[in-house]
Design a protein around this ligand. Structure first.
Ligand SMILES: NC(=O)c1ccc[n+]([C@@H]2O[C@H](COP(=O)([O-])OP(=O)(O)OC[C@H]3O[C@@H](n4cnc5c(N)ncnc54)[C@H](O)[C@@H]3O)[C@@H](O)[C@H]2O)c1
Ligand SMILES: [Zn+2]
Ligand SMILES: [Zn+2]
Length: 391
């Protein structure tokens, strides 16, 4: 089959790879009909290079049709239409039973000190073949895939794999009080969807991003918008009675623009021999923290910051004085997809497209165009906010 594979820094290629097969009795094989490109894939494209192996199949936002199930599968059958969550979670361990599927104890990567495995996401997260491919093996077939109804187009459901539960959890963790204001820093697909979810709940939303066309999308749905710049904290306070927003979502992560020192650190890391890069990254500060620092600066005293953007360095400097003095609550983590999927499915099954998911993607491309799409998405050019591939 054809699949998008990582071959080196900024080098994704669509290659012929062996078809996936049932390995465990509880596996399913899913034929992919739509698969997304995510901001998290951009971390693999460059900063997480030390943890990648040439030939790794990437991608973690797939949906499709079950082709085959193993002999131990009871509740899923060939022909079922499913979305595959980006966490590889068993659904039955203690962590999963707490709704903490991204910490699944069956798939945790203890040798790397990391949580549950993720599809298509480096040795740090289990090196599980991903979903930017014509087909994939899905373990825990009775508990992991989300069965969705026939009828609506794939665009209605495909974001259940990641964008929707991630944005949903970001809003939940932001814990905006009644009548409160939410600041969303970064309106790529995740921040954009977080704005939509918050607005659909009647929350007042202010969004900030350097890119005007991305801001225009959320303005169209009712958010107040600010273009990134030095004066953002003052302008945010001016909009919130001088106090700052009750809650802030950081939907940017470790490649934030506007962090010159850390950017130099990320570049210097690349000059080291590959076998040292991983060690340096997991012990040193290589995150660009501009977005997180902006969140800390803006949030009101006693407010909550919900960090959904991914960070990867182990010693990135944090303004502890300001965090402590402002009495800030910080919540973060990979989305626990299965924790939220039923709540979200109930919204998606309404006739009305409440969150605008069917017109959310800016690009629909053949899988063969993936290498070009990675570069376009990284450069945020051609108006690309969300790309979906058709295998
Ligand atoms: N926690 C999770 O489970 C989870 C799941 C999916 C994605 N993510 C992470 O969420 C983040 C966003 O993902 P995405 O797909 O929307 O990616 P993206 O790269 O398209 O979006 C990032 C946005 O942030 C903006 N930005 C950059 N620097 C900024 C700054 N200093 N201030 C304000 N805005 C800034 C960019 O212009 C862009 O619009 C990534 O770090 C991704 O890895 C986390
Ligand atoms: Zn994703
Ligand atoms: Zn589990």
């Amino acid at each position: 089959m054809r699949a998008v594979t990582w071959q080196g820094r900024k080098d994704m290629r669509v290659e012929d790879v062996p078809d996936p097969v049932i390995e465990e009795p509880t596996d399913a094989i899913v034929r992919i009909t739509t698969t997304g490109l995510c901001g998290s894939d951009l971390h693999l494209y460059d900063p997480l290079t030390p943890f990648m192996t040439p030939g790794d199949i990437v991608g973690h936002e797939p949906m499709g049709v079950v082709e085959e199930v193993g002999p131990g599968v009871r509740d899923l059958a060939a022909g079922d239409r499913v979305v595959v969550p980006f966490n590889v979670s068993c659904g039955t361990c203690w962590m999963c039973s707490q709704g903490l599927h991204s910490q699944c104890e069956t798939t945790q990567n203890r040798e790397h000190g990391t949580g549950a495995s993720l599809f298509g996401y480096s040795v740090l997260y289990g090196q599980v073949p991903g979903g930017q491919a014509e087909a994939m093996r899905v373990p825990f077939a009775d508990t992991l895939p989300i069965v969705v109804p026939e009828g609506p187009p794939d665009e209605r459901f495909v974001y259940l794999s990641d964008v929707l539960p991630t944005a949903w959890q970001a809003v939940e963790y932001a814990a905006v009080p009644d009548g409160g204001t939410l600041l969303v820093v970064g309106v790529g697909p995740i921040g954009d969807m977080a704005c939509r979810i918050a607005l659909s709940r009647g929350i007042r939303v202010i969004a900030v991003d350097p890119i005007q066309e991305r801001l225009a999308r959320v303005a169209g749905r009712g958010a107040e918008i600010l273009q990134s710049g030095d004066e953002v904290p003052d302008r945010v306070r001016a909009l919130t009675d001088g106090r700052g927003p009750d809650s802030v979502i950081d939907a940017v992560g470790m490649e934030a623009h506007g962090s010159p020192v850390a950017e130099m650190g990320q570049k210097a890391l690349r000059l080291l021999p590959k076998q040292w890069q991983g060690t340096v990254m997991t012990t040193a500060g290589v995150d660009r923290l501009a977005a997180l620092h902006l969140a800390i600066e803006c949030v009101r005293r006693g407010g909550t910051i919900s960090v959904v953007g991914v960070y990867g360095g182990a010693a990135s400097p944090m303004p502890m004085l300001q965090l402590f003095d402002k009495q800030i609550q910080l919540r973060m983590g990979q989305a626990n997809v299965r924790r939220w999927s039923s709540d979200i499915l109930a919204v998606l099954e309404q006739d009305e497209d409440v969150l605008g998911v069917e017109s959310f993607a800016t690009h629909r491309l053949p899988l063969e165009d993936a290498p070009k799409a990675y570069a376009t998405f990284r450069d945020k050019s051609d108006g690309m906010v969300k790309a979906l591939f058709t295998p």
